[in-house]
Design a protein. Structure first.
Length: 398
Protein backbone atom coordinates (compact mmCIF):
# COMPACT_ATOMS: atom_id res chain seq x y z
CA UNK A 1 0.00 0.00 0.00
CA UNK A 2 1.33 3.37 -0.91
CA UNK A 3 1.67 6.23 1.46
CA UNK A 4 2.82 4.08 4.37
CA UNK A 5 3.05 5.71 7.73
CA UNK A 6 6.39 6.61 9.17
CA UNK A 7 5.25 7.36 12.68
CA UNK A 8 3.21 5.66 15.31
CA UNK A 9 -0.26 6.06 14.00
CA UNK A 10 -3.68 6.23 15.44
CA UNK A 11 -6.06 3.73 14.15
CA UNK A 12 -8.00 5.68 11.66
CA UNK A 13 -7.99 8.38 9.02
CA UNK A 14 -7.69 7.37 5.46
CA UNK A 15 -7.28 8.86 2.07
CA UNK A 16 -6.43 7.81 -1.40
CA UNK A 17 -2.85 7.59 -2.50
CA UNK A 18 -0.99 6.49 -5.56
CA UNK A 19 2.20 4.48 -5.56
CA UNK A 20 5.05 4.76 -8.02
CA UNK A 21 3.51 2.24 -10.38
CA UNK A 22 0.43 4.38 -10.76
CA UNK A 23 -1.88 2.04 -8.88
CA UNK A 24 -4.39 3.85 -6.76
CA UNK A 25 -5.56 2.89 -3.37
CA UNK A 26 -6.86 4.39 -0.22
CA UNK A 27 -4.13 4.51 2.35
CA UNK A 28 -4.15 5.48 5.97
CA UNK A 29 -2.80 8.68 7.31
CA UNK A 30 -0.75 9.06 10.42
CA UNK A 31 -0.39 11.33 13.33
CA UNK A 32 2.44 11.58 15.76
CA UNK A 33 1.21 11.27 19.34
CA UNK A 34 4.67 11.70 20.87
CA UNK A 35 3.96 15.27 21.81
CA UNK A 36 1.19 14.19 24.14
CA UNK A 37 3.70 13.52 26.89
CA UNK A 38 4.39 17.25 27.10
CA UNK A 39 0.77 18.05 27.75
CA UNK A 40 -0.46 16.08 30.68
CA UNK A 41 -2.73 16.20 33.62
CA UNK A 42 -4.34 19.55 32.93
CA UNK A 43 -7.69 19.25 34.61
CA UNK A 44 -10.64 21.14 33.35
CA UNK A 45 -12.93 22.95 35.75
CA UNK A 46 -16.59 22.71 36.24
CA UNK A 47 -18.39 25.17 34.01
CA UNK A 48 -20.75 26.16 36.83
CA UNK A 49 -24.19 24.84 36.02
CA UNK A 50 -23.20 21.20 35.59
CA UNK A 51 -23.12 18.61 38.38
CA UNK A 52 -20.02 18.07 40.45
CA UNK A 53 -17.23 15.83 39.19
CA UNK A 54 -17.94 12.16 39.58
CA UNK A 55 -21.67 12.42 39.22
CA UNK A 56 -23.85 12.35 36.19
CA UNK A 57 -26.72 14.85 35.99
CA UNK A 58 -29.14 12.07 36.83
CA UNK A 59 -27.08 10.97 39.84
CA UNK A 60 -26.72 14.53 41.08
CA UNK A 61 -30.38 15.28 40.54
CA UNK A 62 -29.57 18.58 38.91
CA UNK A 63 -31.27 18.15 35.57
CA UNK A 64 -33.72 21.00 35.33
CA UNK A 65 -36.28 19.20 33.25
CA UNK A 66 -38.83 21.95 33.77
CA UNK A 67 -37.30 23.81 30.85
CA UNK A 68 -36.95 20.84 28.56
CA UNK A 69 -38.93 20.81 25.31
CA UNK A 70 -42.53 19.73 25.56
CA UNK A 71 -43.48 16.31 24.29
CA UNK A 72 -43.76 14.72 21.80
CA UNK A 73 -40.04 14.22 21.48
CA UNK A 74 -38.30 12.88 18.38
CA UNK A 75 -38.15 9.08 18.42
CA UNK A 76 -34.92 7.42 19.51
CA UNK A 77 -33.35 10.72 20.59
CA UNK A 78 -32.46 12.19 23.98
CA UNK A 79 -32.42 15.84 24.95
CA UNK A 80 -28.99 17.28 25.70
CA UNK A 81 -29.73 20.31 27.89
CA UNK A 82 -28.05 23.65 27.32
CA UNK A 83 -25.00 24.42 29.42
CA UNK A 84 -21.34 25.16 29.36
CA UNK A 85 -18.29 23.01 29.83
CA UNK A 86 -14.53 22.95 29.57
CA UNK A 87 -13.63 21.41 26.21
CA UNK A 88 -10.34 19.66 25.68
CA UNK A 89 -7.78 17.23 27.01
CA UNK A 90 -7.96 15.59 30.41
CA UNK A 91 -5.42 13.06 31.68
CA UNK A 92 -2.14 11.57 30.61
CA UNK A 93 -3.33 10.25 27.26
CA UNK A 94 -4.48 13.62 25.92
CA UNK A 95 -2.73 14.68 22.71
CA UNK A 96 -1.51 18.07 21.57
CA UNK A 97 -4.56 18.75 19.40
CA UNK A 98 -6.82 18.47 22.48
CA UNK A 99 -5.34 21.71 23.84
CA UNK A 100 -5.72 24.42 24.94
CA UNK A 101 -8.73 23.52 27.03
CA UNK A 102 -11.33 26.27 26.77
CA UNK A 103 -14.84 27.10 28.01
CA UNK A 104 -17.67 26.53 25.54
CA UNK A 105 -21.39 27.26 25.69
CA UNK A 106 -23.80 24.81 24.12
CA UNK A 107 -27.43 25.31 23.11
CA UNK A 108 -29.71 22.40 23.96
CA UNK A 109 -30.23 19.84 21.20
CA UNK A 110 -31.52 16.37 20.49
CA UNK A 111 -29.10 13.51 19.86
CA UNK A 112 -29.72 9.96 18.68
CA UNK A 113 -29.26 7.77 21.73
CA UNK A 114 -27.36 5.22 19.66
CA UNK A 115 -25.06 5.21 16.68
CA UNK A 116 -27.08 5.03 13.50
CA UNK A 117 -27.86 1.39 12.88
CA UNK A 118 -27.69 -0.74 9.77
CA UNK A 119 -31.46 -1.17 10.04
CA UNK A 120 -32.00 2.59 9.99
CA UNK A 121 -29.67 3.04 7.04
CA UNK A 122 -31.55 0.29 5.17
CA UNK A 123 -34.77 2.27 5.56
CA UNK A 124 -33.01 5.33 4.13
CA UNK A 125 -31.62 3.44 1.14
CA UNK A 126 -34.91 1.68 0.42
CA UNK A 127 -36.75 5.02 0.52
CA UNK A 128 -34.29 6.97 -1.59
CA UNK A 129 -32.16 4.56 -3.62
CA UNK A 130 -29.10 6.29 -2.20
CA UNK A 131 -25.72 4.96 -3.31
CA UNK A 132 -22.77 5.48 -0.95
CA UNK A 133 -19.32 6.62 -2.04
CA UNK A 134 -17.81 3.18 -1.34
CA UNK A 135 -20.23 1.71 -3.89
CA UNK A 136 -19.03 4.07 -6.64
CA UNK A 137 -15.88 3.86 -8.73
CA UNK A 138 -13.55 6.58 -7.40
CA UNK A 139 -13.24 9.60 -9.67
CA UNK A 140 -9.83 11.04 -10.43
CA UNK A 141 -11.23 14.58 -10.36
CA UNK A 142 -12.13 14.07 -6.70
CA UNK A 143 -9.16 11.90 -5.81
CA UNK A 144 -6.51 14.34 -7.00
CA UNK A 145 -7.80 17.02 -4.65
CA UNK A 146 -6.47 14.95 -1.76
CA UNK A 147 -3.03 14.48 -3.30
CA UNK A 148 0.03 16.69 -3.84
CA UNK A 149 -0.01 18.68 -7.10
CA UNK A 150 1.60 16.79 -9.96
CA UNK A 151 0.58 13.36 -8.74
CA UNK A 152 0.20 11.24 -11.91
CA UNK A 153 -3.24 9.98 -12.86
CA UNK A 154 -3.58 6.23 -12.30
CA UNK A 155 -3.90 3.76 -15.14
CA UNK A 156 -7.46 3.19 -16.41
CA UNK A 157 -9.21 0.43 -14.52
CA UNK A 158 -7.11 0.67 -11.38
CA UNK A 159 -9.59 2.75 -9.44
CA UNK A 160 -11.98 0.28 -7.82
CA UNK A 161 -15.00 0.84 -5.59
CA UNK A 162 -14.42 -0.35 -2.06
CA UNK A 163 -13.56 0.53 1.48
CA UNK A 164 -10.94 0.07 4.16
CA UNK A 165 -11.21 -3.10 6.24
CA UNK A 166 -9.33 -3.99 9.39
CA UNK A 167 -7.49 -7.30 9.18
CA UNK A 168 -6.04 -8.87 12.30
CA UNK A 169 -2.37 -9.80 11.91
CA UNK A 170 -0.97 -13.28 12.55
CA UNK A 171 1.28 -12.06 15.33
CA UNK A 172 2.99 -9.06 16.83
CA UNK A 173 4.01 -6.41 14.31
CA UNK A 174 5.66 -3.01 14.63
CA UNK A 175 2.96 -0.42 15.28
CA UNK A 176 4.56 2.19 13.05
CA UNK A 177 2.59 1.42 9.88
CA UNK A 178 -1.14 0.91 9.98
CA UNK A 179 -1.05 -0.54 6.49
CA UNK A 180 -0.07 -3.75 8.26
CA UNK A 181 -3.61 -4.16 9.56
CA UNK A 182 -5.72 -2.07 7.21
CA UNK A 183 -6.50 -3.12 3.66
CA UNK A 184 -8.36 -1.41 0.86
CA UNK A 185 -10.86 -4.10 -0.14
CA UNK A 186 -12.74 -3.77 -3.44
CA UNK A 187 -16.40 -4.53 -2.84
CA UNK A 188 -16.35 -3.49 0.80
CA UNK A 189 -19.22 -1.09 1.50
CA UNK A 190 -22.00 -0.62 4.04
CA UNK A 191 -23.82 -3.71 2.72
CA UNK A 192 -20.60 -5.74 2.98
CA UNK A 193 -18.67 -3.86 5.67
CA UNK A 194 -15.88 -6.40 6.14
CA UNK A 195 -15.50 -7.28 2.47
CA UNK A 196 -17.63 -8.93 -0.24
CA UNK A 197 -18.04 -12.13 1.77
CA UNK A 198 -19.67 -10.30 4.64
CA UNK A 199 -23.35 -9.50 4.19
CA UNK A 200 -25.52 -7.29 6.37
CA UNK A 201 -27.94 -6.34 3.59
CA UNK A 202 -29.82 -9.57 2.94
CA UNK A 203 -30.24 -10.52 6.58
CA UNK A 204 -31.72 -8.71 9.56
CA UNK A 205 -29.22 -10.32 11.91
CA UNK A 206 -27.05 -7.21 12.05
CA UNK A 207 -29.72 -4.53 11.83
CA UNK A 208 -28.98 -3.41 15.39
CA UNK A 209 -25.27 -2.94 14.72
CA UNK A 210 -23.95 0.50 13.76
CA UNK A 211 -23.74 1.16 10.04
CA UNK A 212 -20.16 1.53 8.82
CA UNK A 213 -18.36 2.09 5.52
CA UNK A 214 -20.26 5.37 5.23
CA UNK A 215 -18.22 8.44 4.39
CA UNK A 216 -18.89 11.93 5.71
CA UNK A 217 -20.96 12.86 2.66
CA UNK A 218 -23.05 9.69 3.02
CA UNK A 219 -23.71 10.57 6.65
CA UNK A 220 -24.74 14.11 5.72
CA UNK A 221 -27.10 12.74 3.06
CA UNK A 222 -28.81 10.51 5.62
CA UNK A 223 -29.12 13.37 8.08
CA UNK A 224 -30.69 15.64 5.46
CA UNK A 225 -33.24 12.97 4.62
CA UNK A 226 -34.05 12.50 8.32
CA UNK A 227 -34.29 16.27 8.94
CA UNK A 228 -31.27 16.01 11.19
CA UNK A 229 -27.59 16.93 10.96
CA UNK A 230 -24.18 15.82 12.18
CA UNK A 231 -23.05 17.20 15.55
CA UNK A 232 -20.24 19.70 15.84
CA UNK A 233 -17.34 18.27 17.75
CA UNK A 234 -18.14 20.70 20.57
CA UNK A 235 -21.69 19.31 20.77
CA UNK A 236 -20.32 15.80 20.54
CA UNK A 237 -17.81 16.22 23.38
CA UNK A 238 -20.34 18.03 25.57
CA UNK A 239 -22.82 15.20 25.06
CA UNK A 240 -20.19 12.50 25.55
CA UNK A 241 -19.17 13.88 28.93
CA UNK A 242 -22.71 13.23 30.09
CA UNK A 243 -22.64 16.11 32.56
CA UNK A 244 -19.35 15.07 34.19
CA UNK A 245 -16.49 17.54 34.33
CA UNK A 246 -12.71 17.10 34.53
CA UNK A 247 -13.04 13.39 33.88
CA UNK A 248 -10.76 11.47 31.56
CA UNK A 249 -13.48 9.05 30.55
CA UNK A 250 -17.17 9.34 29.82
CA UNK A 251 -17.95 7.34 32.96
CA UNK A 252 -15.40 8.89 35.36
CA UNK A 253 -11.72 8.41 36.15
CA UNK A 254 -11.33 4.64 36.01
CA UNK A 255 -9.61 3.40 32.86
CA UNK A 256 -11.33 0.54 31.02
CA UNK A 257 -9.94 -2.88 31.89
CA UNK A 258 -10.85 -6.55 32.06
CA UNK A 259 -12.78 -5.85 35.24
CA UNK A 260 -14.09 -2.44 34.18
CA UNK A 261 -16.00 -3.07 30.95
CA UNK A 262 -17.53 0.18 29.79
CA UNK A 263 -17.49 0.00 26.02
CA UNK A 264 -16.58 -2.10 23.00
CA UNK A 265 -12.81 -1.64 22.72
CA UNK A 266 -9.82 -3.89 21.99
CA UNK A 267 -8.50 -5.76 24.98
CA UNK A 268 -5.22 -7.62 24.65
CA UNK A 269 -2.36 -7.15 22.24
CA UNK A 270 -3.12 -5.06 19.20
CA UNK A 271 -3.49 -5.90 16.34
CA UNK A 272 -3.29 -9.69 16.67
CA UNK A 273 -4.68 -10.86 20.03
CA UNK A 274 -8.10 -9.70 21.17
CA UNK A 275 -9.10 -11.10 24.56
CA UNK A 276 -12.75 -10.17 23.95
CA UNK A 277 -13.48 -9.20 27.54
CA UNK A 278 -16.25 -6.97 26.18
CA UNK A 279 -17.60 -9.79 24.05
CA UNK A 280 -16.96 -8.43 20.56
CA UNK A 281 -14.06 -8.37 18.14
CA UNK A 282 -15.70 -6.05 15.60
CA UNK A 283 -18.86 -3.97 16.11
CA UNK A 284 -21.32 -4.77 18.89
CA UNK A 285 -25.08 -4.27 18.76
CA UNK A 286 -25.89 -0.75 19.91
CA UNK A 287 -26.90 -0.41 23.57
CA UNK A 288 -24.73 -3.36 24.63
CA UNK A 289 -23.12 -1.32 27.43
CA UNK A 290 -24.30 1.18 30.02
CA UNK A 291 -25.35 4.65 28.84
CA UNK A 292 -23.69 7.87 29.98
CA UNK A 293 -25.26 10.54 32.16
CA UNK A 294 -27.45 11.82 29.34
CA UNK A 295 -28.70 8.36 28.36
CA UNK A 296 -26.46 8.08 25.30
CA UNK A 297 -25.11 4.64 24.43
CA UNK A 298 -21.71 3.79 22.92
CA UNK A 299 -20.42 7.34 22.71
CA UNK A 300 -17.11 5.67 23.47
CA UNK A 301 -15.92 2.72 21.41
CA UNK A 302 -17.85 0.51 19.00
CA UNK A 303 -17.41 2.81 15.96
CA UNK A 304 -16.00 6.27 15.37
CA UNK A 305 -18.63 8.95 14.76
CA UNK A 306 -18.43 11.66 12.09
CA UNK A 307 -18.73 15.28 13.21
CA UNK A 308 -19.52 18.28 11.05
CA UNK A 309 -16.22 20.12 11.64
CA UNK A 310 -13.18 20.32 9.41
CA UNK A 311 -10.07 19.12 11.24
CA UNK A 312 -7.19 21.31 12.29
CA UNK A 313 -4.72 20.47 15.05
CA UNK A 314 -4.86 24.08 16.26
CA UNK A 315 -8.64 24.44 16.24
CA UNK A 316 -8.83 25.14 19.96
CA UNK A 317 -6.31 27.98 19.85
CA UNK A 318 -8.62 29.77 17.39
CA UNK A 319 -11.81 29.57 19.46
CA UNK A 320 -12.81 32.56 21.53
CA UNK A 321 -13.42 31.79 25.23
CA UNK A 322 -17.05 31.06 26.01
CA UNK A 323 -17.96 30.79 22.36
CA UNK A 324 -21.50 29.52 21.84
CA UNK A 325 -21.83 26.43 19.65
CA UNK A 326 -18.45 26.73 17.91
CA UNK A 327 -18.58 25.08 14.50
CA UNK A 328 -14.88 24.58 13.85
CA UNK A 329 -12.53 26.13 11.29
CA UNK A 330 -13.60 27.16 7.79
CA UNK A 331 -10.85 25.09 6.22
CA UNK A 332 -9.10 21.88 7.16
CA UNK A 333 -5.40 21.45 7.72
CA UNK A 334 -3.44 18.37 8.66
CA UNK A 335 0.32 18.90 8.79
CA UNK A 336 0.85 15.20 8.13
CA UNK A 337 -1.01 15.49 4.81
CA UNK A 338 -1.35 19.19 4.01
CA UNK A 339 -3.17 18.59 0.70
CA UNK A 340 -5.92 16.47 2.26
CA UNK A 341 -9.10 18.08 3.57
CA UNK A 342 -10.23 16.05 6.55
CA UNK A 343 -13.25 15.97 8.82
CA UNK A 344 -13.28 15.24 12.54
CA UNK A 345 -14.37 11.89 13.94
CA UNK A 346 -14.90 11.22 17.66
CA UNK A 347 -15.33 8.48 20.23
CA UNK A 348 -12.92 5.76 19.17
CA UNK A 349 -13.88 2.29 18.03
CA UNK A 350 -13.62 -1.43 18.68
CA UNK A 351 -9.97 -1.10 17.69
CA UNK A 352 -9.01 1.34 20.43
CA UNK A 353 -6.45 -0.16 22.75
CA UNK A 354 -4.69 1.10 25.84
CA UNK A 355 -1.31 0.33 24.28
CA UNK A 356 -2.04 2.11 21.04
CA UNK A 357 -4.22 5.11 20.21
CA UNK A 358 -6.24 5.27 23.47
CA UNK A 359 -8.95 7.33 21.76
CA UNK A 360 -11.68 6.03 24.05
CA UNK A 361 -11.82 9.41 25.77
CA UNK A 362 -14.37 12.23 25.36
CA UNK A 363 -11.66 14.71 24.36
CA UNK A 364 -9.85 12.52 21.82
CA UNK A 365 -9.92 13.97 18.30
CA UNK A 366 -9.23 12.20 15.01
CA UNK A 367 -9.31 13.11 11.33
CA UNK A 368 -10.41 11.31 8.20
CA UNK A 369 -10.83 11.91 4.49
CA UNK A 370 -14.54 12.78 4.13
CA UNK A 371 -14.82 10.54 1.04
CA UNK A 372 -13.45 7.48 2.81
CA UNK A 373 -15.43 4.59 4.26
CA UNK A 374 -14.01 2.28 6.91
CA UNK A 375 -15.48 -0.66 8.80
CA UNK A 376 -14.98 1.06 12.15
CA UNK A 377 -16.59 4.44 11.37
CA UNK A 378 -20.26 5.44 11.49
CA UNK A 379 -22.24 8.41 12.77
CA UNK A 380 -24.89 9.68 15.18
CA UNK A 381 -27.32 12.42 14.05
CA UNK A 382 -28.49 15.37 16.12
CA UNK A 383 -31.36 17.82 15.76
CA UNK A 384 -32.13 21.28 17.12
CA UNK A 385 -35.40 22.06 18.88
CA UNK A 386 -36.40 24.26 15.95
CA UNK A 387 -35.59 21.53 13.44
CA UNK A 388 -37.77 19.13 15.45
CA UNK A 389 -40.70 21.51 15.51
CA UNK A 390 -40.48 21.95 11.76
CA UNK A 391 -40.22 18.31 10.92
CA UNK A 392 -41.82 16.17 13.63
CA UNK A 393 -44.84 15.37 11.53
CA UNK A 394 -42.54 14.10 8.77
CA UNK A 395 -40.28 12.15 11.08
CA UNK A 396 -43.19 10.34 12.63
CA UNK A 397 -43.67 8.49 9.37
CA UNK A 398 -40.07 7.28 9.10
CA1 LIG B 1 -14.19 -5.49 21.67
Amino acid sequence: MAGGCHQTATNTASTFSIDTSGKASRSLTCINPASRSALMAQKSNNGGSQPVAGQSPAQAGVLDTAHWPAKPWPPHMVWIPAGHFIMGGVGSEARKDEYPVHPVKITGFWMDKTELTIGAFKRFVRATGFITEAEKTPQWSQLKQQLPPGTPEPEPGTLLAGGLVFTKTDGAVPLDNIARWWQYVPGANWRHPNGPASDVWSTSQFDNHPVTQVCWYDAVAYCKWAHKRLPSEAEWEYACRGGLSAKEFAWGDDAPSATNIKANLWEGDFPYKNLLHDGYELSAPVMSYSPNGYGLYDMIGNVWEWCSDWYRPDTYSQVLPNATDPAGPSKAYDPDEPYAQKKVIRGGSFLCNIHYCASYRPSARMKTDPYSGENHTGFRPVMSEEEWRKSNHLLASK
